[in-house]
Ligand binder design. Structure first.
Ligand code: SAH
Length: 268
């Protein structure tokens, strides 16, 4: 009948939004990866739940879509936000092959937001989010995006930074970033955001390159040229104080003035 794709937030407990909680409460069936089902099982003890292992994303989506097409209210749960490296896209793709169902995506707090809040305020300016997983994306594409984001001095947030099977991914990524970002660039990472064992670390880009603690339950933050440590917190200034001090928004930055926008009327 209806399928909701629900982001649980990074920790699933207190990070669950009201809408997410309601969608799960109203579902006849909840489908998700076993680790995420485990996070919500206690809060919804009488709910029918199907949990599947990692790398069974397609099977999980098909089971959910088929159940919804069969008349059930189904919630597919993902960690963080379901539309950010989550199942939302796959649900829409798979649903093409089934009788029409109503699909609703319920947003959640993604790891970038959860981790940024733990570290301080690293994402207060333009940032790029890049996954280092080459399971579905060729490394060549990942490396081109890393290069472009570093060259443009984005703050960079790395998902899937390192796993046992991809122990070198973070080092390789840092080598690319170091071509454009200084070795002392302020970086940070957070493991197990919002979960037991939450751990936050700040370090330089050079030190991040050789870090062995980062794993697949970690989100990594690489600062831009303005990012700094303030009382141990990773902060990227938005520019308010810098503007007030210089008296001119354009002064004191490396960036040229952006071109003035032309409106259609002016062109004609
Ligand atoms: N949909 C998720 C992302 C899934 S990709 C979201 O929006 O957050 C999986 C990656 O997300 C992990 O490798 C890690 O980099 C990050 N991640 C997800 N949950 C996390 C958590 N609780 N703590 C730290 N990193 C997390």
């Amino acid at each position: 009948m209806k399928l909701t794709v629900v982001g649980l937030g990074p920790g699933a407990g207190e990070d669950l939004t009201g809408r997410a909680r309601q969608a799960i409460a109203q579902a006849d069936l909840v489908v998700g990866y076993s680790a995420y089902i485990a996070l919500i099982r206690d809060a919804f003890p009488n709910k029918e739940m199907i949990s599947t292992g990692m790398k069974q994303e397609e099977a999980r989506c098909r089971a959910a879509v088929a159940a919804a097409a069969g008349g059930k209210n189904v919630a597919v749960v993902c960690s963080g936000d379901a539309g950010i490296y989550g199942m939302a896209g796959l649900v829409y793709e798979v649903a093409q092959e089934y009788p029409p169902i109503e699909i609703e995506v319920i947003p959640g707090i993604t790891a970038a937001c959860g981790g940024a809040a733990v570290l301080g305020a690293p994402l207060t300016h333009d940032f790029a989010v890049i996954s280092l997983s080459d399971l579905l994306t060729p490394w060549q594409t990942i490396s081109r995006r890393l290069e472009a984001a570093a060259e443009a001095d984005f703050v960079i947030c790395l998902y899937n930074p390192r796993s046992r099977g991809r122990a070198e991914a973070l080092r390789r990524a840092c080598d690319i970033l170091l071509r454009h970002k200084p070795a002392e660039t302020v970086c940070g990472f957070v493991r197990n955001i919002g979960r037991e064992g939450e751990q936050a670390v700040t370090l330089t880009l050079e030190a991040l390159r050789d870090n062995e603690e980062v794993d697949m339950f970690t989100t990594v933050f690489v600062g831009n040229r303005q990012t700094m440590l303030l009382n141990g917190r990773m902060v990227t200034p938005r520019g308010y104080l810098q503007r007030a001090r210089s008296g001119d928004a354009a002064e004191g930055t490396d960036c040229p003035e952006p071109p003035a926008y032309e409106t259609k009327a002016e062109k004609e």
